[in-house]
Write a protein that binds this ligand. Structure first.
Ligand code: SF4
Length: 418
């Protein structure tokens, strides 16, 4: 097989130029987190853990049974807490990606770091291995809020971590912040924004608190023991953050992402643009030419799944309706929105159908929540971003309507082209 296609007995797919590697290990599970993670304890050290060693063997097996090439333009080591891995372990993973696919010149290689789990030597080693973009899981600058959310690091750890990143000369780095943590007040949020901006980050990811099902916070919420900011206060905090970040020159290029010019995350842009990527590891998903391959979310399940794979596992087709929902919802997260001419090329819907909005979406346009300009459809700023949940839900209803008249039950045969 040539290096440009993924052969699975029936078809040849164009291959992704991006890869996500899931490193599921964390010291402990944060109280709001429902990601596929494996808590190892506060004293854990990836280099000495048999559990980590076994998982990395599986991950390497999965990568090495993938079809080769083309060279990767973006790699993302996410988790979990990838900084629990030793330099050797990261080096081996990147060496394997180089051998299996190659890395394009100037490839973006991002690694998520927990502020309390790396030192200068480790960071230097990760960078020498090829990492050139760092994402720091900061979340808050208030120690009491960090502790109350089950986080292990403190504000001092954040300052030390950022100093290390700067001393190492890593120009492309990001910090994550969470609004809406229990106990967060507008004054504390203002202080968090002040401290974040004082560090001059070139990229900030700003999330509203999401409480995963079955998490400690979920249990406390059911028991009435969680004191969360009201919805209005939470929204005001996000608005204030947007105002402060944009005043500092960080442009909002996606609902949750702000960057100085040239610092947007190229890897995440692949997801939002409906591109293809390899996903490797427990809970990871690959997207390959309109097909998806999802792995089990538990360590045990992933190990068993991998044993059952005689060769590169085959991705499953995604129905046309689901594909359109994905492209629309992820694409609308970007400030530039979606181009309906391109959507029409990727989905079996006539352009005319995509250009005709539902009355509900027409109302959203009239209210400034949505903008429809030629083939472009995007969220209005700032109100479309502020009320994005509602607008995106309305977009999904529109897709239901588009596929409701004449679409097959499996969503693979929508309205006939005009
Ligand atoms: S560090 Fe991140 S991935 Fe790990 S438990 Fe906390 S929120 Fe989840």
């Amino acid at each position: 097989m040539g290096r440009g296609g993924f052969h699975n007995t029936m078809m040849v797919f164009p291959q992704p130029r991006s890869a996500y590697l899931h490193i599921p290990f964390c010291h402990r599970r944060c109280f709001y987190c429902d990601f596929p993670v494996v808590p190892l304890g506060d004293r854990a050290n990836g280099a000495q853990s048999r559990s980590v060693a076994e998982y990395l063997r599986w991950l390497k097996t999965e990568i090495s049974i993938s079809p080769p090439g083309p060279p990767l333009s973006t790699v993302y080591l996410g988790g979990g807490t990838p900084s629990l891995l030793s330099v050797d372990q990261v080096e081996q993973l990147l060496a394997l990606l180089r051998a299996q696919f190659g890395l394009a010149p100037g490839a973006e290689i991002t690694m998520e770091l927990d502020p309390a789990s790396f030192n200068a030597e480790g960071l230097k080693g990760y960078c020498a291995a090829g990492v050139n973009r760092i994402s720091l899981g900061v979340q808050s600058f208030t120690d009491s809020l960090l502790a109350a959310a089950g986080r292990r690091h403190t504000c001092q750890h954040i300052h030390t971590a950022v100093a290390l990143v700067k001393a190492q000369g890593v120009a492309r780095w990001s910090l994550d912040l969470i609004a809406g943590l229990p106990g967060l007040t507008p004054a504390l949020w203002e202080a968090t924004l002040e401290m974040a901006l004082a560090l001059a980050p070139p990229h900030v990811s700003l999330y509203d608190l999401t409480i995963g099902e079955g998490t400690v916070f979920d249990r406390w919420l059911q028991q009435g023991r969680l004191s969360l900011p009201t919805e209005a206060t939470g929204a005001a905090m996000l608005d204030r953050a947007a105002e402060r970040l944009e005043a500092a020159g960080l442009r909002r290029y996606e609902i949750s992402s702000y960057a100085l010019p040239g610092h947007a995350c190229r890897h995440n842009r692949v997801y939002w643009a409906g591109g293809d990527w390899w996903g490797f590891g427990m809970g990871a998903t690959s997207s390959l030419a309109g097909r998806r391959l999802s792995r089990p979310r538990t360590r045990h399940g992933y190990g068993e799944w991998l044993q059952q794979q005689p060769r590169a596992p085959s991705p499953l087709p995604v129905g046309a309706k689901e594909r359109l929902e994905d492209l629309l919802i992820t694409g609308l997260r970007r400030s530039e929105g979606v181009n309906r001419e391109q959507l029409a090329e990727q989905c079996p819907l006539p352009l005319g159908a995509l250009m005709t909005l539902s009355p509900r979406l027409e109302r959203a346009c009239a209210q400034g929540l949505l903008c429809s300009e030629g083939p472009y459809l995007r969220l209005g700023q700032p109100d479309g971003f502020r009320f994005s949940n509602q607008v995106l839900a309305d977009c999904l209803l529109w897709v239901d309507e588009l596929f409701g008249s004449g679409g097959a039950a499996d969503g693979t045969s929508p309205v006939a082209p005009a």
